[in-house]
Write a protein that binds this ligand. Structure first.
Ligand SMILES: Cc1cc2nc3c(=O)[nH]c(=O)nc-3n(C[C@H](O)[C@H](O)[C@H](O)COP(=O)(O)O)c2cc1C
Length: 209
């Protein structure tokens, strides 16, 4: 099974080279960053040798997991799935009700997933299904537990019509000291065939390997 299914505490944190020639050029100061993401990566690369990428996502039925894996194929980095301690209802109507209540109360469920060294990362891809127009409560809990200040945050979602909804605005509210990138929205049933769209987005962010 791939890395994303491993527990955060046991995952092998080894990484391949990131951004390869581009970052090498940035470190050498011979290329001006064309995108904000690269501008941030430049600072990180200069300070630490190379920017570190985290792909973190919540997915209940697998669509967002598909996109997370496609991002992982396009950029080098660590990938984790957010798991909650409590199981959400399998019944769709019951789940909708629970999710609506959680949104109204800004509930933050307990998470099984912990990222031990969030400080080490420079670029965070954060993925989720749209629930009631924004990200679901497990993502709210993740954002509350992890300080993403000074990091570059690239949101992605799957949906059934709302696209990113209010989610990017809501992430901006919770991560006021982060640099928030343009998000990627993929229709849920298109997730399996979205590699081209994902690659295009990564390219626009300057993140293709
Ligand atoms: C509780 C709940 C609320 C949802 N609300 C929305 C919504 O407001 N807008 C939308 O486009 N899709 C909505 N959806 C559909 C999901 O965003 C979509 O099916 C998504 O691809 C599921 O991703 P996953 O397989 O990663 O869980 C909702 C789904 C659930 C379960």
């Amino acid at each position: 099974m791939r890395n994303e299914m491993k527990d955060a505490k046991t995952i092998d944190l080894s990484r391949r080279n990131l951004l390869k020639g581009t970052v090498a050029a940035l470190i050498a100061g011979v290329a001006a960053p064309a995108f904000p993401l690269l501008a941030h990566a430049h600072a990180a690369a200069t300070a630490a040798g190379k920017p570190k990428v985290l792909i973190i996502y919540y997915s209940r039925t697998g669509n967002t997991r598909e996109i997370a894996n496609q991002i992982h194929r396009g950029v080098d980095g660590d990938i984790f799935e957010i798991h909650t301690v409590k199981h959400y209802p399998d019944d769709y109507e019951a789940l909708k009700k629970v999710a609506k209540e959680e949104l109204a109360t800004e509930y933050k469920p307990a998470l099984k997933t912990t990222i031990e060294n969030i400080r080490a990362y420079d670029v965070i891809f954060i993925g989720y299904p749209i629930w009631w127009g924004t990200f679901p409560a497990p993502v709210r809990a993740f954002l509350a537990e992890n300080d993403l200040s000074k990091k570059t945050v690239a949101p992605f979602c799957t949906h059934l019509g709302s696209r990113l909804g209010r989610s990017v605005r809501d992430i901006s509210m919770l991560c006021q000291k982060s640099t928030i990138q343009d998000g990627l929205a993929i229709w849920g049933s298109d997730a399996k065939d979205a590699q081209k769209e994902v690659s295009g987005w990564l390219h626009r962010l300057g993140m293709n390997e």
